[in-house]
Structures are given as C-alpha cells and as structure tokens.
Ligand binder design. Structure first.
Ligand SMILES: Nc1nc2c(ncn2[C@@H]2O[C@H](COP(=O)(O)OP(=O)(O)OP(=O)(O)O)[C@@H](O)[C@H]2O)c(=O)[nH]1
Ligand SMILES: *[C@@H]1O[C@H](CO)[C@@H](O)[C@H](O)[C@H]1NC(C)=O
Ligand SMILES: *[C@@H]1O[C@H](CO)[C@@H](O)[C@H](O)[C@H]1NC(C)=O
Ligand SMILES: *[C@@H]1O[C@H](CO)[C@@H](O)[C@H](O)[C@H]1NC(C)=O
Ligand SMILES: [Mg+2]
Length: 394
C-alpha cells in the first residue's frame, strides 16, 4: 500500500497525540493518594520501609511507670492541649487514641489549657479517659489578649485582604491569638514551671500505632529537641513578611544562627519555586505543629525569646496569619542543631487531612504510605521529600 511519507508521518503524529490526550485524561493522577503511589511524589517513600522502633536505648513500661509515686522513671513532661469546652468530644476521642497506643503504659500527666474556665462536663469526660493525673489551667489574660500595639482598624483591613486570598480563619481574632500563644507563650504558663518536655495533642487527631517505649526519655537520651511526624508547605499569603522579618532579625542577631542549621530546607526554591517567591525567600516548609514532642528549653532560650519578641512587635500574628508551625520551624531550622530534630516515623498520626502512616505490624487503621485521604491535589503540600533530601534519607 502506497501512502505518501508525509501523510504517514502526520498519521502517526495524530495517533501519538490522541494517546497522549487519553493518558492525560484517564491516566494515573499526578498526585495520587494511595499507598505506594506517593513514590511519584518522591523517588523513595521512607514510610513504605518496614518500620520498627528507633535504634539505641529505649525505656519500657515494665517498671517505674506506675501511677503517682510509683512513676519513678517518668521525666518532667506532660501531654499538652489547648482546647475549648465545646471540643470535648474530639478531645476525648484523641485522648482515647493516645492512651490506647501509648500513655496507658507510661501514665504521663495531661495538662489542658483554655482561655475560659473548663466546664464541669469537660473535666468529667476527660477525667474518665485516662488514669493519669490531669491539670486544668486557665491562660492568664496577659498571655492571651491582643497586645496593645496591635491596631484594630489595621487588623480589620488586613483580614479582608487575607480573606480575598482564601486564608482560612483569617478574620477570626481568636485564631490569631491561638497561633501567637502557641508560638511564644504556652511554655511561660506558671503550671509548666517544672516541666521540660511536652507532647502536643489536638482534639480529633488520631494515633494508629502501638508505641512501647518512653518517647520523652528517648528525646533526652538521644539529645533531641524537637520531634515531628508531618512536614508540609504553607500558604504563602498567610506569611508574606515572615521571612523578611526573620532576615532583619538575623542581621541584628547573627550570633543565634547555629552552624549546623537547616537553612537549605527553609530556603529551598527548587521544588516549589512559586511558593518560595511568594513567601519572599522561605520555602514555606514546616513541621506540622498540631503534633510536636519537644523540649521547652529551646523555646525558653535567649535566641528564641529574642526572635519571638521581634516577630510579635512586627505584628504579623494579626496583620498576616503567621502560624505557630512556620514560626517554630524557622526558629528550629536556624537556631538549633538540625541533628536534634527527629522524625517520629514510627508514630502513626492523622490530623485531617494528612497522615504519617508507617509500614509496621504495630499499626492499625491507617494505610502505610498514605499521605492524605483528601483531594489528590493535596499531595503537592507534602514537604517531606525536601526534608528527606536535606537529611540524606532520599
Ligand atoms: N481554648 C481555646 N482553644 C482554641 C481556640 N482556638 C483554637 N483552639 C485550639 O487550638 C488548636 C488549634 O485550633 P484548630 O481550630 O484546630 O486549628 P487548625 O488545626 O489550624 O484548624 P482545623 O483544620 O480546623 O483543625 C486546637 O486544639 C483548638 O482546640 C480558642 O479560642 N480557645
Ligand atoms: C473591626 O471589626 C469589628 C467586627 O466587625 C468591629 O466590631 C470593630 O468596630 C472594627 N474596628 C474598627 C476599629 O474598625
Ligand atoms: C522537674 O520536676 C521536679 C519536681 O516537680 C522539679 O523539682 C524540677 O525543678 C524539675 N526540673 C526541671 C528541669 O524542670
Ligand atoms: C548530647 O549532647 C551533649 C552536649 O551537646 C554531648 O556532650 C553528648 O555527647 C550528646 N550525646 C549523644 C548521645 O549524642
Ligand atoms: Mg486542628
């Protein structure tokens, strides 16, 4: 059959284009959400490795973790939660998950914080969810109130702009207060005076995996300052001046920068160049702070105190919507030895809509390697590949 060569070429080209079109429409999603699929987001997903306990010395629950005076092995640490009375259902659910997987074995105390007095119902129902000690604490108004230098009119105008940029909760003043308190005030509460470590827990979060060692002692024995599970990108429009303010602070206080810092992670522009550009030099990568296991000595250090005061004066907790997650993460990435930041890969965790789900027989109720159960576009919010690259786990 004689078909002129240019026609054959055109025909093949048309078929090729058609196949390409079909693949785009019906082919696999770019940011899939299933286990294993997340490999397309990074070359190798460490969540899919068989995950056991961390290496080295671990303290077990067999002795020294009984209630009260029997708990001689417990260190100065608490489970910590800022929560509203009306969130009691979600709080009890989160407590039940953490008690089942970990705390029923170690009996660390819970400390609840609120800007309003806890109700009797809140106390009764949380009391029933653990056999450990519980403290119910009111936040002093000087820690919660909007600082005097914040201008109400400017706050109102700014929150309109944030709303136009789809920044969630931007016009909810209490949300800004919450972010500020979590950034620079919680560890100053008198109830935590003799406490060094905390594990932050939010209502409605889930824990999936049995953890059979004292994670607080792990932090101490392995010189860790901060433990996280999930690493995300932030919405640049919520923090446009956070990095510029940080740069100003660094110019005035270069002595606080740690030689083994995580600057390449904080300033990465290779993976999401637009994010970096819109955030004026910050990758927006952060440890998702609704989960954090940390040493308050770091927040109580001069470096962090100076940094927080600088940010607080700059006003971005109210005129923008600086979250405690990017603020904590930038400080850790700049002022702390990055080897003291630990990924708790073995703690299965979910705060809607993201997961940390390890591949381990100790986990039930989550799918190993699943990053999100939400829309598939959420996959691009995963900043773990950037962190893994930084620490050499990629
Ligand atoms: N007492 C008190 N707790 C608050 C207030 N605002 C937020 N919180 C708590 O602070 C934590 C974070 O607030 P969330 O509303 O969950 O914020 P988020 O996690 O960014 O948003 P979601 O995706 O809706 O969960 C939760 O533990 C809340 O219970 C407040 O005004 N008062
Ligand atoms: C800011 O907005 C609040 C709520 O809409 C309003 O009550 C208040 O008067 C406003 N303040 C100023 C200074 O415009
Ligand atoms: C730990 O707790 C004990 C007893 O409550 C207290 O005396 C001590 O100062 C605390 N240590 C730290 C580092 O907070
Ligand atoms: C922990 O840090 C201290 C002080 O920086 C150091 O002396 C010690 O060797 C470290 N221990 C471990 C296990 O890394
Ligand atoms: Mg939440």
């Amino acid at each position: 059959m004689a078909i002129a060569r240019p026609i054959r070429v055109l025909g093949l080209l048309a078929i090729g284009l058609w196949v390409f079109f079909l693949y785009q429409v019906f082919g696999p999603e770019k940011y899939p959400k299933g286990p294993g699929d997340s490999i397309k987001n990074m070359d190798r997903d460490p969540n899919l490795d068989i995950t056991g306990e961390p290496e080295g010395l671990l303290y077990r629950a067999d002795k020294g973790y009984g209630l009260g005076a029997e708990g001689t092995m417990r260190i100065n640490a608490t489970l910590l939660s800022l929560v509203r009375n009306e969130e009691v259902d979600g709080m009890v659910q989160a407590m039940e998950d953490l008690e089942r997987t970990w705390n029923s074995k170690f009996n660390y105390p819970w400390t609840f914080f609120n800007d309003k007095p806890f109700s009797d119902e809140f106390k009764r129902r949380t009391r029933a969810a653990t056999k450990a000690e519980i403290h119910y604490e009111l936040i002093p108004s000087e820690h919660w109130d909007v600082p005097s230098w914040i201008d109400d009119e400017l706050f109102n105008e700014s929150s309109e702009i944030l709303k136009e940029n789809d920044i969630q909760y931007a016009n909810l003043k209490s949300y800004h207060q919450m972010c500020r308190w979590n950034s620079g005030l919680f560890y100053k509460h008198p109830a935590l005076k003799d406490t060094q470590f905390y594990w932050r827990v939010e209502p409605k979060v889930h824990f999936f995996c049995d953890v059979d060692y004292d994670v607080f002692r792990y932090m101490v024995d392995h010189n860790k300052t901060y433990g996280f599970t999930i690493n995300l990108y932030d919405a640049p429009a919520s923090i446009p001046s956070l990095w510029p303010e940080t740069t100003k602070f660094l110019a005035a206080h270069p002595e606080h920068i740690h030689p083994n810092n995580a600057l390449p992670w904080l300033s990465d522009s290779a993976r999401r160049p637009e994010h970096n550009m819109k955030a004026n030099g910050y990758s927006t990568c952060h440890f998702w702070s609704n989960f954090e296991i940390a040493d308050m000595s770091f927040w109580r250090s001069q470096a962090y105190e100076d940094y927080f005061n600088h940010l607080d004066r700059a006003g971005g907790f109210f005129y923008e919507r600086w979250g405690d997650a990017p603020v904590h993460s930038i400080a850790l990435g700049l002022f702390e030895d990055s080897s003291k930041i630990h990924w708790f890969r073995d703690i299965g965790y979910q705060h809607i809509p993201y997961f940390n789900c390890p591949n381990s027989p100790k986990c039930k109720g989550c799918m190993a390697g699943r990053f999100t159960d939400g829309e598939s576009w959420l996959m691009k919010e995963d900043c773990r590949p950037n962190w893994f690259k930084f620490v050499g786990m990629d």
